[in-house]
Write a new protein. Structure first.
Length: 247
């Protein structure tokens, strides 16, 4: 086996934790309610009803597509247009986009990064590894990149690719190959780290990478998948890479 020179990582529940809080959601939807009222001159549902029917409606459409194991990523603006139309609001594109941006703040305000994760990324960079992200995200890529900048994670990463910008999700080989290309890495010399056995581990192994499952935030178990290594926290990754022949 070739020595490891690069690491690609999943984003959510691998590098960061995120649990969209009700407080953050309600704050975002107060602004969304005001934006719709200003535009539509119509009565808008009460806040909790609006959250359930719009945010909940979009979440259900996304969840259904994952349950069906669809590889094509969904268009977030189209999802919001559909959810809003279902409650009687046919809004212009610029208003839909503003609502998408406001909704995103509920996600942004719920992300947390452990200091130990940052320390691990710094250590890997010091040891000469190239680091990149490959993440399934229905969220708009420019908003996620802004989150990376705000969290100062972009300073620790050499590349990032999201399903919402390439149109396909993990485990589709195309998104992994795009991640490798942007990182300037060969599959045989790269490890992929993620929490999902089907999306992350099987997809990475299918294109020739080694797959490391992290159980730091999610503890999936399925004997039909065989990760090349399993870690309980990202702190254990440098040692796993050393066993693979990394620096």
């Amino acid at each position: 086996m070739e020595p490891i020179h690069a690491v690609l990582l999943d984003f959510g529940h691998t590098l960061v934790d995120f649990q969209r809080t009700q407080e953050a959601l309600h704050s975002a939807y107060e602004e969304i309610k005001a934006r719709i009222e200003a535009m539509a001159y119509m009565e808008v549902p009460e806040l909790l009803d609006l959250v359930e029917r719009v945010a909940g409606g979009v979440d259900r459409l996304v969840a259904k597509s994952y349950e069906e194991r669809r590889m094509e990523e969904l268009d977030q603006s189209a999802l919001f247009r559909e959810a809003l139309s279902s409650i009687g609001f046919d809004l212009p594109d610029d208003v839909i986009r503003h609502i998408v941006h406001l909704d995103h703040t509920a996600y942004s305000n719920s992300i947390s990064v452990e200091p130990e994760v940052r320390e691990t990324l710094d250590l890997l960079r010091e040891r000469g590894y190239r680091l990149g992200l490959v993440s399934n995200m229905t969220l708009l890529p420019e908003l996620i990149r802004a989150d990376l900048d705000r969290l100062r994670l972009s300073e620790q990463l050499d590349s990032a690719v999201f399903s919402s910008e390439v149109g396909v999700r993990k485990p589709d080989a195309r998104i992994f190959r795009e991640g490798l290309a942007r990182l300037g890495a060969e599959a045989a010399q790269t490890v992929f780290v993620g929490d999902r056995l089907y999306d992350d581990i099987s997809g990475a192994q299918a294109v020739g990478m080694r797959g490391v499952q992290t159980k730091q935030f999610r503890k999936e178990d399925d004997p039909s998948f065989r990760p090349d290594a399993v870690i309980d926290h990202l702190l254990e990754l440098p040692e796993a890479l050393r066993r693979f022949g990394g620096p």
